[in-house]
Design a protein around this ligand. Structure first.
Ligand code: PYC
Length: 315
């Protein structure tokens, strides 16, 4: 017999280029009305244990990105979404939006074509193609600071660009490290130290650190390693990270408007990116990223208050 005290959460899991997205389709907290940005604040203030329960151990792991499906306030949108992770919330999530679109198609709620999605930082436009690919026209993105040098304890001076693309990034070209799965521990340690220094030395808002190096896949222009806010690394090339990179390339005149940029992740998966100028003088671009996702689980999670780890293992 089922216990009525146990709360049930309906979830669809997918991965986008290896990076998981866990979409909560039913059983989420009641967040009231208003925009998705308003509801994120209610989620954060009143229901944060739910975030942890869904993505953290023992049901999840540090790498899982959650996506709470919401009613959009903007009626042009097919859906609203709040992305979250092991420690907090994301403004936007590129791989997660691709995962969400493939999930909605899996559920029969959308078909191929263009779909607007309301996120806490603005409306993005996703296009699902018959071959399963999904393009995401991200929010306006720009580089806020070129070549900021921070003094990193134990590493010395490190120089990178600061850019916004729905999340804040510190993007580093010169680091002297080999970007491979075999060096993930070293890369995590390096980027984590850089993040502490970047936050302490003028950019408290930066919560993602991105390293670039030569690609190994034919046709890819670059490989990256992306440290996420909760110390996990992105298995995908990171949609917002690739958008931030496009903003920097545009600002430096290194990529032409409309030209393709193929970004490879640390595990070899790729996103195709391009941009159009929104405001050349202000360095603002409209990035588009394209990738694929696969649904891999339909889950019912059970939240039983008698379980001492009902709300996840939290630091
Ligand atoms: O794809 O934008 C992204 C993302 C952010 C954090 C993890 N993935």
């Amino acid at each position: 017999m089922s216990n009525p005290a146990i709360r049930k959460i309906q979830i669809i899991d997918s991965h986008t280029g290896g990076e998981p997205t866990r979409v909560v389709i039913a059983g989420g907290p009641e967040l009231g009305g208003g925009t998705v940005a308003d509801r994120l604040e209610v989620f954060r203030e009143r229901h944060d244990p739910f975030r942890s329960a869904v993505v953290n151990e023992p049901r999840g792991s540090d790498v899982v990105v959650g996506a709470l499906l919401c009613e959009p306030a903007d009626k042009c949108c097919a859906a609203g979404v709040i992305f979250f992770n092991n420690v907090s919330y994301l403004g936007m999530c590129g791989h997660g939006t691709i995962g969400l679109v493939v999930t909605l198609a899996h559920l029969g709620r959308i078909q191929c074509g263009e779909h607007k999605i309301e996120t806490p930082v603005g409306v993005v436009t996703a296009t699902l193609y018959p071959n399963g690919e999904v393009s995401v026209a991200n929010i306006p993105s720009w580089r806020a600071k070129k070549a900021a040098t921070v003094d990193v304890p134990g590493l010395g001076p490190v120089t990178g660009d600061v850019a916004w693309s729905g999340n804040w990034f510190f993007l580093i070209e010169k680091h002297g490290l080999d970007l491979s799965l075999a060096t993930v521990d070293l890369l995590t340690d390096y980027t984590w130290r850089v993040r502490q220094a970047v936050n302490a030395q003028g950019f408290p808002e930066v919560d993602h650190v991105e390293l670039f190096g030569p690609s190994t896949s034919p046709g890819a222009h670059s490989r990256n390693f992306v440290l996420c806010p909760g110390k996990a690394y992105d298995r995908s090339p990171c949609g917002t990270g690739t958008s931030a990179k496009l903003a920097c390339l545009a600002a430096d005149g290194k990529l032409a408007e409309g030209a393709a940029w193929v970004q490879e992740s640390i595990i070899g998966s790729t996103f195709k990116g391009s941009f159009t100028w929104l405001d050349r003088a202000a360095g603002k671009v409209a990035p588009v990223i394209t990738g694929t996702a696969f649904v891999n689980s339909e889950i019912t999670q059970l939240l039983d208050e008698r379980d001492p780890f009902c709300w996840g293992i939290r630091a």
